[in-house]
Design a protein around this ligand. Sequence first.
Ligand code: AMP
Length: 593
Amino acid sequence: MTFEALGLRKEVLQSIKELGYLEPTPIQEQAIPHLLQEESDFVGLAQTGTGKTAAFGLPLLSRIEPGQLFPTAVIICPTRELCLQISNDLKIFGKYLNASVVSVYGGVDIKKQITDIKKGVDIIVATPGRLMDLMNRKVIKLNEIEFVVLDEADEMLNMGFKEDIDDILKYTPVTKSVWLFSATMPKEVANIAANYMSDPLEISIGHKNQGNENIHHIYYLVYEKDRYPALKRLIDFNPDIYGLIFCRTKNETANVAQKLSRDGYNAEPLHGDLSQAMRDMVMSRFRSKEVQLLVATDVAARGIDVDSISHVIHYNLPDDIENYTHRSGRTARAGKKGESLCLLTQKELFKVKGIERQIRMDFTKGVIPNAQEICQVQLKKLVEKVTSTSIREKEIQPFLPDMFSHFQELTKEEVIKLFVSAEFNRFIEYYERAGDLNASERAEKGMSSKADRFGERGKGERRRDENKTRFFVNLGKRDGLNVGGLLRVVCDATGLKSGNVGRIDIMASFSFFDTDNEHVDKVLKKLNGAQFEGHTINVEVSAGGKGGGSSAPRRSGGDRKFGGGDRKFGGGERRSAAGNRKPGSKEFNKKRR
Ligand code: AMP
């Protein structure tokens, strides 16, 4: 299906062509033809990140006549963030139409907004409270309005805007079309549809209330006292993480952000006690990836609309289970994959079931990675960084003779060892003293999720087994390797049966697999040097060694480049976790832990 075939007007087609949208997303494909028709009340159940804004924005822009004396459409959404996001998108979609789009939201001076509206506006994007305020001041009149879009309706109701929405809708003419979008469909949202819409077309991308299938949900069982060290390990195991860490309260948010920052991570807090200007600054730094980890409360993070967030970490689960969907929906946007990682104590374990029911997806039980696994990932990162560095021959030439003279007595191996140690000793020292952070799970009646089963390749819990050896392979997803591919190449090269190969974890640029200890020699001898799609395989016993299956679950951290190629890998007094900080930043120069 193409955008042309959907019937959008040519000016709109031109701008989406420039944006590089090649084909409509499922919600766009289903919604747009209907929304282009005259009688078009509509309910769209779709997660954030599915292309909702274009699903309503493109048909809206195709149907309005810009330049009227009054606004033709009003889009109501829960937060200022989302308001700005939507109005920016609409301005881009509508740039060849000269449609005037104004966003109005609370927390800023109302006068400028009044001036903007008085200049003439085609589309208003508003939060409910500020819209009511402007209606009460008679600056905005909705009696001629043709389209009302309610975006993230469930969020607006969660945030207590029900009365405002009722009031706003009462002031609109009966002839209007109402287009409602929501991630979930609680009965309050169904009531809006019943009360204000006539026979709406209802489209659901996935099941009602279903979570985004590109999100891998993993929980980790820890003791309360280990929550913070466990968080650090998850971050260290994912050196390219671009993440959102959710806490339950403002205090906890401030606390965790402060500790992370003190420990040398590139993290900032976002919560309601910060001034609007401060929150704007933090958001803008997070958006531009100057900040790698945003630690936020549910309320402050509402409406955060940042693509390519790789991980959402629930430092604590939300009190209200519904919020889990909203939190985890911040990752895996626009068809990308993402991970939602929950740190839980035994007491909180029962909540997993409730969430699984709500999102209709299973959790995997993860294992907090151990010191060797983290060191291995970090070292690998260091090697990648060093080997991909471009050499500026001309600039370094004057320094080389002196440099070479320092190392001339040393072998290549010794030089490598020295460089690695200089970068890495602190990291190793920190983790040397670090024990196992996984809490043991008491038998829990009724826990029948995937989390309970193990032995499945590529998912489920892993347990340490002294009879197994874990191998490290130099190829990963980036090289086209997947579970089946690795299994095939291992079996072909070594003659082992697939049943002899245990747990497999395919990471971005390397992988792990287990076999029984008796096969170690054979694997090392036969698999080393074997070929996979033009790549030569290099295999070694994993740093974790015996006790296979102990590395943390599938992760996609290495798939993303964080902040371009300007990262430095730790070193000296700095934190050694590669890529978690920016060179030159305050954090970058902080002492590690
Ligand atoms: P939304 O759900 O509206 O927040 O959209 C999520 C992201 O998907 C945004 O970055 C959009 O620019 C992008 N997007 C929306 N529709 C398409 C499309 N048809 N093709 C490619 N990207 C899209």
